[in-house]
Design a protein around this ligand. Sequence first.
Ligand code: ADE
Length: 243
Amino acid sequence: MRFDIITIFPEYFTPLSASLLGKARDRGLLSFGVHDLRDWAYDRHRTVDDTPYGGGPGMVMKPEPWGQALDDVLTPRSRLVVPTPSGRPFTQRVAGELAASDHLVFACGRYEGIDSRVMAHYSSVVEVDELSIGDYVLAGGEVAVLVMIEAVSRLVPGVLGNAESVSDDSFAPGRMEHLVEGPVYTKPPQWRGLAVPDVLKSGHHGRIARWRRDEALRRTAARRPELLERVELDSHDRRLLES
Ligand code: ADE
């Protein structure tokens, strides 16, 4: 899978060569291109922003450098992702959809955002997703793009080792959809007076799976009650949550 990122801060993307993503790149599963938007600016000062029509604070990114850059980087099979706090929510499900693509192009906005005509124009050329990673405002899209690339990459077949499975993750479509994961433990069995729950040491796979789902339900009810409304609860689940 190929990722191309267009930004005025290419240095934000050095973490792509670290850890899981770096290894997947070395193994040829992922490849990354990081491009400086200013390479497509056309004036002596390599200007990429201007004042907003209608007035107001801040600056808006000019359409012409974006048009030149995207014409060069997009192919007919690419999907264009634009991170913005006004986008639809980036969820595990969206990460899975993006992982099915073989070329993602990320357009990182700064300041007050990118002139809207850029997204309007490319919507008739490729699939365009304006996505938000949460209800807070970052200084620009770069960190949001790192978040999305990491979440998408680990869903690309072969990127995670056999030992890790994405199907038990919080929010994973299927058994864990709309649930957060419960607590996890490792050795030693006792630490500072706190014990590992006996069921996890029982070797009984059925009971362990039941316990894990129960704990996921309890934790989701406590921390993310708004998610629970979307979970299909059976009579066991209902009794558990009432107790
Ligand atoms: N750019 C600024 N804030 C953002 C957010 N919350 N999600 C995606 N892109 C952003």
